[in-house]
Write a protein that binds this ligand. Structure first.
Ligand code: NAD
Length: 317
């Protein structure tokens, strides 16, 4: 049943539009990226649909998947171009950004979405399996961000979205490579957020759960229906919209939208003679307790907090 307040909330909202905005969506030939690209275009954005069309493990290359999405956008009256850059290739990524500039004169939005899997238990994971996954997810995202950064700074406007994953921030068996790369993107978000702030560049992260070729074998038919990628895309569009927050990581899937928070516990201050492993063990429950948690806006804020606490405890404040 729809309540009165729900009706009021939805009827007073204006549609979020992307008219005159130029977006690059990587890995947009399939799955989530395809959905993001279609929805951005439907709301007025001009979209570079990037996909090198490889297999789920990163093998092979073709622009056919990206071109099919472009055809769909154009048939619906939108504007899009296909690009086959491998996000691991910095020169190809620079060329992709240049194509966007040559075609439309600006780049407002980058959605780093391209991804591959090479799941194996760590005991069986070769260095190549590890590096290939880090290369696409982490270095690929950094390559793309680097390619659009000068333009976004000069425009004093930009939105960058990292696609992270619960596989890393919470952990999933058999995904050491993927989990490490996906969690590194939270670090990249944190730092680019700080560096982009004064230029109007907002940097966020999405932790999706969706039925795509990446997850097809993990779920039963009922769960796959509940996990339609179209339920994730609204969170992505919110995070790259005009009114986007910054340094915000949203979990999205099956109709649930939540925020991932990285917090520190208040912890304990130990005087010099108690700074031993035995005292850490003795205080561990208090150190680990979530009763008092803090969300720290940047690394130096943590450093400042512990130094202030030490000064106060030692009577130097
Ligand atoms: P998908 O396999 O359907 O789509 C990924 C796309 O990225 C493919 O079209 C592929 O060709 C493209 N791609 C791969 N490597 C590339 C490269 N080097 N350069 C350019 N394109 C490349 O998978 P998906 O589920 O839609 O995943 C999209 C993103 O969401 C990925 O980053 C994935 O890790 C992340 N993710 C997905 C889920 C989920 O539940 N589906 C969960 C967490 C995170």
């Amino acid at each position: 049943m729809t309540t009165a307040s729900q009706t009021t909330a939805s009827s007073t909202q204006t549609e979020q539009r992307f008219d005159d905005r130029v977006a690059i969506v990587t890995g947009a030939g399939n799955g989530l990226g395809r959905n993001h690209a279609l929805q951005l275009a439907a709301r007025g954005a001009r979209v570079v649909v990037n996909d090198f069309g490889g297999g789920r493990d990163g093998a092979g290359a073709s622009t056919a998947a990206a071109q099919a999405v472009v055809d769909e956008i154009v048939a619906a009256g939108g504007q899009a171009i296909a690009d086959g850059a491998n996000v691991c290739d910095p020169d190809a990524v620079q060329a992709m950004a240049q194509r966007a500039l040559d075609t439309w004169g600006r780049i407002d939005i980058l959605i780093n979405n391209a991804g591959i899997l090479r799941d194996k238990s760590f005991a069986k994971m070769s260095a190549d399996d590890f590096n290939a996954v880090v290369d696409v997810h982490l270095l690929g995202a950094a390559n793309c961000a680097r390619a659009v950064w000068p333009t976004m700074r000069a425009q004093e406007y930009g939105r960058i979205l990292m696609t992270s994953s619960t596989s890393g921030v919470f952990g999933n068996f058999g995904q050491a490579n993927y989990g490490a790369a996906k969690t590194a993107l939270i670090g990249l978000m944190n730092v680019l957020h700080l560096e982009g702030l004064r230029y109007g560049i907002k940097v966020n992260a999405l932790l999706p759960t969706a039925a795509t070729r990446m997850t097809a074998e993990l779920f039963d038919a009922d769960s796959l229906r509940a996990l339609d990628p179209s339920f994730v895309t609204p969170a992505a569009l919110f995070l790259v919209g005009e009114a986007a927050p910054s340094r915000t990581a949203l979990l999205a899937g099956a109709g649930t939208y939540a925020r991932l928070a990285v917090v520190e516990t208040e912890g304990v201050y130990l005087p010099p003679d108690q700074r031993t492993p035995e005292q850490i063990a003795a205080h561990f429950d208090e150190i680990a307790s979530l009763d008092k948690i803090l969300e720290t806006p940047e690394g130096f804020a943590h450093v400042s907090r512990i130094l202030t606490r030490a000064k106060q405890a030692e009577g130097r404040a």
